[in-house]
Design a protein around this ligand. Structure first.
Ligand code: AHM
Ligand code: MG
Length: 354
């Protein structure tokens, strides 16, 4: 029988490589994994709510019914606010920084998360995910600040995601490769199933909401034709796959090779940056991509080098095999000067805190 490695043991083994590690980081990742199990329990029951659930807004356990994204958001906060590892959190569901309640200890990390990404897919039984990113505290005071949260992706201590699909998987990186764990519901543990994931050289899929093509820039439209083998050197077309759940789309492409993009556009000239959020989606995903041998870009350069200026800042996201992402950058350079001129000021804006 092959050796069974739980996520907890795996994190501990990885931390052994840092002689000064106090175990704080290990506990933090373990608490995130525990939150994921609780969220998975609810997402797998989602379709039953109409049958079992409670017209009076209470579920079968007598608990108040909540929308799943709110439930996921509160679960992650509550699992992590009292552990002593964090000094602040930020969530896609909240406008502002979330401080640790005064009666709990502050720790040396901050956590950013998108509790249930792609949650519109829940009602139709399609995969959703949780995305998380961990930065080290850099400010001096006891409490965490925006300065701690708004660090470039290059400095991430860890990032990862959980995909609630045909099975629940947690995938994370602490900068030592990307590792995937599948939840075995019979024992309630995440078990190592995908060690040291590498993006394969052979590319299989491209993923984008092609319904938006008419809004895309000339460069991105031509790039798409290139992916389809219509434009350029007549390459074999890639298959098109799009779930509309970033975690699931990225996960598939990381395992099979390919590219995901949600580009910026000029549909509304004052919003040239697309849909994805830098701090809750793009940074974490770009970090994982790079750790797996791929690359994440906003079309102008490496997403991990962008200095963030606000929590809900949006960015174009182009991520996957490096050669494909660099090809997209080349098309943008060659054909999208107008868009670049509109987008660059948003990218280069600086943080202004009181
Ligand atoms: P959300 O954070 O509001 O759930 O939106 C993010 C999701 C991603 O998971 C997905 O890649 C994208 O939005 C899909 O957007 P669209 O429906 O425009 O294709
Ligand atoms: Mg989201």
């Amino acid at each position: 029988m092959a050796q069974i490695m739980t996520i907890e043991r795996h994190i501990l083994e990885q931390q052994k490589q840092f002689p000064n590690a106090t175990g704080s980081f290990t506990r933090l990742l373990y608490d995130i994994a525990l939150s994921a199990k609780i969220i998975a329990r609810e997402t797998t029951r989602a379709g039953l709510v109409g049958i079992l659930g409670a017209s009076d807004d209470h579920n079968v356990y007598g608990e108040q019914q909540q929308k799943l994204d709110i439930f996921a958001d509160q679960t992650i906060f509550k699992m992590n606010d009292h552990s002593g590892q964090l000094c602040a959190m930020a969530s896609e569901e909240h406008e502002d920084i979330m401080h640790i309640p005064p009666y709990y200890d502050n720790g040396k990390y901050v956590l950013l998360y998108d509790p249930l990404d792609g949650s519109s897919n829940i009602d139709v039984n399609v995969s959703v995910g949780t995305i998380f990113a961990v930065h080290r505290k850099i400010s001096r005071g006891q409490q965490g600040t925006l300065e701690d949260l708004l660090q470039p992706g290059r400095r991430l201590a860890a990032s990862g995601y959980v995909t609630y699909g045909s099975s629940t998987m947690m995938v994370y990186s602490t900068g030592q490769g990307v590792h995937g764990f599948t939840l075995d519901p019979s024992v309630g543990e995440f078990l190592l199933s995908h060690e040291n994931i590498r993006v394969p050289d052979k590319t299989t899929y491209y993923s984008a909401n092609q319904g938006n093509e008419k809004y895309w820039t000339p460069g991105m439209r031509r790039f798409t034709k290139w992916l389809q083998g219509i434009e350029g050197e007549g390459r074999k077309p890639l298959g098109h796959r799009y779930i509309g759940s970033l975690v699931a789309d990225f996960h598939r492409n990381m395992l099979r090779g390919g590219i995901f993009f949600y580009p910026g556009d000029l549909q509304e000239p004052e919003k040239p940056f697309g849909k994805m959020r830098l701090m809750f989606e793009a940074q974490a995903i770009a970090f994982l991509a790079e750790q797996a041998g791929g690359y994440g870009s906003d079309g102008l350069g490496n997403l991990l080098d962008i200095q963030p200026h606000s929590l809900h800042q949006r960015v174009p996201l182009i991520v996957g095999n490096r050669d494909l992402v660099e090809k997209a950058e080349q098309y943008i350079r060659d054909y999208d000067q107008e868009w670049v001129a509109a987008y660059r000021p948003f990218r280069d804006k600086t943080l202004t805190t009181p």
